[in-house]
Ligand binder design. Structure first.
Ligand SMILES: [Zn+2]
Length: 311
């Protein structure tokens, strides 16, 4: 399939041929397989809850590791213990970092949280509010896009480094206490430069966070904190979406959301949260694959592939 770059590459090749210079190979942007990504969303939901301490959470960690291994990508678990904001006990929180492309240098960071909320505390039925979230949109959607991108980058290594960051401990917070959310990202924003961290060898070009990107009729405005603290980076990402004609991205200010990008913004790292927070099934038992669509994952996947292969 001829990509946008293919056309531009052909024009460049013609110009260089006329000038007698060597013709470089045109960069190709690989295709995003939306059905494959949606299958990865379903597979996570079939693992059951991915709340702290659950077998489903560990199964998903192993899927991230096996996908990395299968595609020749380095994968590291960065674990620490924290107090469970909902249960009060001690929980293990493990961020996972998968690296693709050349090591070091300026790198694109792509993130999503892979844990799911232990309770559906916004469910319309009070009797179901203690059930754990399936998290098809709130959790699995962003992870599905990242897992499929790992497969693509394993097959077609990018010319600049990409780090996939799977955040843990995002969604066990308590209402009215924003510091109890985003445990993994708060920790990583403080420690990413420490010795032994896989991120310390490079410099972030910026973080793009995916959260709730699977809803049918996806509509992603410019999240307010991203726009306030990383305006240039946010506009760069939305400008690319506009150039690609991706209709899910609407370059108007959206509402502010406390999410995994926020600790990095505070640390001075450009970060943009791609999130459709207008989601009626948020933190209810209805956050299932039925309210999600492959086309939505496709919009996000195609944007990221362009930013990776046409930086
Ligand atoms: Zn949530």
């Amino acid at each position: 399939m001829c990509s946008r770059n293919g056309i531009r590459g052909a024009a460049l090749a013609l110009a260089l041929a006329l000038s007698g210079m060597a013709i470089p190979a045109a960069a190709e942007v690989p295709d995003f397989d939306a059905d494959r990504a949606f299958g990865l969303l379903r597979a996570q939901c079939e693992m059951g809850t991915r709340k702290p301490g659950s077998p489903g959470l560990e199964e998903l960690r192993q899927l991230i590791e096996s996908t990395a291994e299968e595609h020749g990508l380095a994968c590291v678990r960065l674990c620490f213990t924290a107090t469970d904001p909902l249960g009060g006990g001690e929980i293990q929180v493990c961020n996972m970092v998968v690296s693709a492309g050349p090591s070091g240098g300026e790198r694109l960071w792509l993130g999503a949280h892979y844990d799911t909320r232990p309770v559906c505390d916004r469910d319309p039925d009070p009797a179901r509010r203690s059930e754990p979230l399936v998290g098809a949109n709130d959790g699995a959607s962003g992870v599905a896009v990242l897992l499929h991108l790992m497969e693509i980058l394993g097959r077609t290594p990018p010319s600049a480094g990409v780090d996939f960051i799977f955040f843990d401990g995002e969604d066990s917070g308590t209402t009215g206490a924003p510091g109890t959310y985003c445990l993994g990202s708060q920790h990583l924003a403080r420690t990413w430069q420490d010795m032994g961290s896989p991120l310390a060898a490079g410099e972030p070009r910026g973080l793009i966070l995916l959260d709730m990107v699977g809803e049918k009729d996806l509509r992603i405005p410019m999240e307010r904190y991203s726009l306030a603290w990383a305006a240039a980076w946010t506009r760069q990402v939305f400008d690319r979406a506009g150039q690609l004609g991706l209709h899910a991205f609407v370059p108007v200010p959206g509402q502010p959301v406390i999410d995994d990008h926020e600790p990095f913004l505070r640390a001075g790292i450009p970060a943009v949260d791609l999130i459709d927070f207008d989601f009626p099934q948020w933190h209810t038992t209805a956050d299932t694959p039925e309210v999600c669509a492959p086309e939505s994952l496709d919009q996000v996947g195609r944007l990221l592939l362009s930013l990776i292969y046409e930086p």
